[in-house]
Design a protein around this ligand. Structure first.
Ligand code: HEM
Length: 127
């Protein structure tokens, strides 16, 4: 019997997670389609890139970098200062779906990621 590798490995480990996060924020930083969600972030996305990278590393089964540095993610609470309505949620997902599509992931992994991100983003909606 073969075991399914952890999601972290399927994403390409550190290099793959880093590249996914970079594609995601590059899009958010440049696409007019994402301008409202971009406006919620700081002028520099450097800190956001690092935090999402650390979070997704642990979330996908890699080293728990985010928790080691910041403690429990409590993502809903941490997003409360930002007004997230359907529009912002959808723009965030628009960037993430494209960042996923531009990766070299197995179709099952693509489907899994899109479903999970869609659930998480809706959970973070606070308007
Ligand atoms: C629903 C749409 C979303 C919007 C509009 C949004 C917006 C933001 C903003 C403005 C920040 C603060 C800037 C920063 O510290 O990076 C942030 C932080 C963060 N977001 Fe999101 N986000 C969304 C969804 C998500 C999702 C689905 C995830 C996880 C997969 C996520 C993970 C994070 C993490 C880990 C942080 C850093 C939290 C901290 O340590 O303060 N976000 N988000």
């Amino acid at each position: 019997m073969t075991e399914t590798p952890p999601l972290y490995e399927l994403l390409g480990g550190e290099t793959g997670v880093r590249a996914l996060v970079d594609r995601f924020y590059d899009l958010m930083d440049s696409a007019p389609e994402a301008q409202d969600v971009r406006a919620l972030h700081a002028a520099s996305l450097k800190g956001s890139r690092e935090k999402l990278f650390m979070f997704l590393t642990g979330w996908s089964g890699g080293p728990p970098l985010y928790i080691q540095k910041f403690g429990h993610p409590r993502l809903r609470m941490r997003h409360l200062p930002f007004p997230i309505a359907e529009r912002e949620r959808d723009q965030w997902l628009w960037c993430m779906d494209r960042a996923i599509d531009a990766g070299d992931f197995h179709p099952v992994v693509v489907e899994h990621l899109k479903t999970r991100f869609s659930e998480m983003a809706d959970f973070l909606r606070n308007q």
